[in-house]
Design a protein around this ligand. Structure first.
Ligand SMILES: Cc1cc2nc3c(=O)[nH]c(=O)nc-3n(C[C@H](O)[C@H](O)[C@H](O)COP(=O)(O)O)c2cc1C
Length: 214
């Protein structure tokens, strides 16, 4: 394969700090606002620039834009989402998830994914591993954020993989990693909440805290 000589795209002018600190899971996507091919190329170019073991570049991305295909895939996504909840909690599809549960919004997206304007599936060809795919996925999410495009990293479930691979003609030796719906947000990017790094950082040894810990 040819190596691309890419210049930093002018459209990616959001400061990196703003992109990183406001990037978050956007699950309410505007079904009527299309994402341009140019912007899709841009986020995929950004993904291609990520670190990967030995520069083997095993990451592959399947972009689903056809509305009918997204609708069909959305059925499998819904099934996969509930299969994961059944494995973890014994919940059946349609289980009444409390409003305060972190799964509430995710379940609404399982209902709605069939209306997303774009879905990207990430894979790895043989010779690679997850650690060489997810840095590119993160670049994709951040560059989408910088363009004002919402995204959310999601997974599937083994029970649907043969059908997903069959639907898109994915070769059997290719590994699936994640599913990323994309669309302009209905709502805003909003704040995220994360643990303080004083509590997640160890300094020189495991039982010592960093200088900024109180
Ligand atoms: C490995 C992984 C799997 C995830 N799976 C799902 C999923 O199946 N459905 C979903 O809606 N969000 C999923 N997410 C998104 C997380 O729920 C989200 O990143 C987390 O709750 C933080 O959200 P925030 O960035 O909006 O604060 C996943 C994220 C990761 C990294």
């Amino acid at each position: 394969m040819k190596m691309a000589r890419l210049k930093p795209p002018a459209a990616l002018n959001m400061p990196i700090g703003e992109a990183m600190f406001s990037q978050r899971a956007i699950r309410r996507l505007d079904p009527d606002r299309a994402i341009s091919d140019g912007d899709l190329k841009l986020v995929l170019d950004a993904a291609s620039k990520a670190p990967n073991g030995g520069n083997v570049q095993p990451a592959r991305f399947l972009v689903i834009r056809d509305r009918q295909r997204i609708a069909e895939f959305g059925e499998l996504y819904y099934e996969a989402w509930w299969a994961k909840r059944k494995d973890a909690y014994g919940w059946e599809p349609g289980h009444d998830i409390p409003a305060e549960s972190p799964y509430r919004m995710a379940s609404l997206m399982a209902d709605e994914l069939r209306h997303a304007p774009v879905v990207i599936l990430s894979f790895g060809v043989p010779g690679g591993f997850a650690g060489s795919v997810f840095p590119g996925v993160q670049n994709l999410l951040l560059s989408a954020r910088a363009l004002g495009i919402g995204s959310v990293l999601t997974t599937l479930h083994p029970s649907v993989m043969d059908r997903v691979n069959g639907m898109f003609g994915v070769p059997s030796d290719v590994d699936f990693y994640c599913c990323i719906p994309l669309g302009y947000p209905r709502g805003n990017f909003g704040p995220t909440s994360r643990f303080e790094t004083a509590d997640t950082t160890h300094w020189d040894q495991w039982d010592a805290r960093p200088p900024w810990a109180e």
